[in-house]
Design a protein around this ligand. Sequence first.
Ligand code: TRP
Length: 461
Amino acid sequence: MNEHSTASGTDTAPGGAGTGREMWGSRFGFIAAAVGSAVGLGNMWRFPYAAAEHGGAAFVLLYVIITFLVGVPIMIAEFGLGRSTRLSPIGALRRSGGPAWAPAGYLFVGAGFLILAYYSVIAGWVSRYALEAVLTPWPADAEAYFNEVSGNTSAVFYHLGFMALTLLIVAGGVKAGIERVSSFAMPLLALILVGIAVWATTLLGADEGYRYYLTPDFNELLSLDTLAAAASQAFFSLSLGMGAMLTFASYLQRDTSLPREATIVALSDFGIAFIAGLVVFPVIFAMGLQSAVSESTVGALFIAIPGAFVEMGAVGRVVGILFFVALFIGAITSAISLLEVVVSSVVDEWKMNRRKASIIGGIIIALIGILPARDLSVLNAMDRVAAEVFLPLGGLVLALLVGWGPAGRSLDAFAEGASPRTRSLLIGWRWTLRLAVPPLLIIVLSRTIPAGIDAIRAIGG
Ligand code: TRP
């Protein structure tokens, strides 16, 4: 017996192994939920823009390397910690590392609060775009429309609506809520997006869009800022560094191979992000709206793309509806994973029931989100600090805990359910966590911490 099963054998904490924790209904359900968490606004909104900004295909290449060199190893670590302890982050870190590691769990939950609070604001804009694409005539002026949607009243209203929906799904439970929604929504999202990408190849001027997206500029790779951008994008997109994947794995049976599941999730996440770029740029370039892309990240998605759809007339309307529905699906399945971290922590730590925890957690986050809904500089600062500082910091904690600390002393928790060959690969995996991941994340943090501080200073300005 390894230390984990021993620990869970003497389980006293609420929600620990053997105390009837709710489990996923199927392996597919778990993967759908994990991919649902990963695939979201980060893929369809942040990724294409970051790639175009930072050297096109060269960035994509770097991003893939980081996804598999850093992202997959951290995901395996999160999966193993969650599955072996059957606890959410605070308890999982305490159980696997000892009391000294528990504060890091609070950092994770705090990151969940912050990220969901502003994520829901952007998701609220998306909700209105999707809804009005179906119900109302197209806006004539895309920029004026965006200003209205992101203006105080509308943004707060749709943010609260989106949070209410997120809360309802999470309150419904792991199987009946999260798994049920993700299992049908994620295949649908993939189908829609691939369909639109194929259609986009037929657009006049598409090749210019592809060129803008993918022309490699290898000079960009020499800059540490590009490295920091790729790494924080990878953490955000893969939902790593704050225990979302850890929490989902705490509902997982012991007979699945964690390295295999992590690879599947990472490949799906990258695939969707890459395909999103194959939609976004041809559409924008076909309509000659490239200037809007360089103005801001927000502009790329919320002004240029709808603007292009509007100009395409009836076809644009159909595609536009599909695009924003896909974006909405991505956003809601990601938001539920963020709320789940908070809810399951409250359930595990304070023995509160799920429904009550969902309502209280959801309401607090909804209230915090009113600030970024009313002020884009707050939203920007929250994104900088939570996504670019907290997540890499959380990744560093996980790499140290599993690579050097007590949690990785035995590999059993991570190897259970995997083939013997995969087991031997895990030795290399632990060395990656020990030697490659920490220095890389320290470099990333040395860039993102000053940028985060600047963003906080810029609030209100
Ligand atoms: N990965 C999601 C996206 O790309 C966002 C997200 C969901 C997330 N859960 C998370 C980000 C946990 C960081 C941590 O849109």
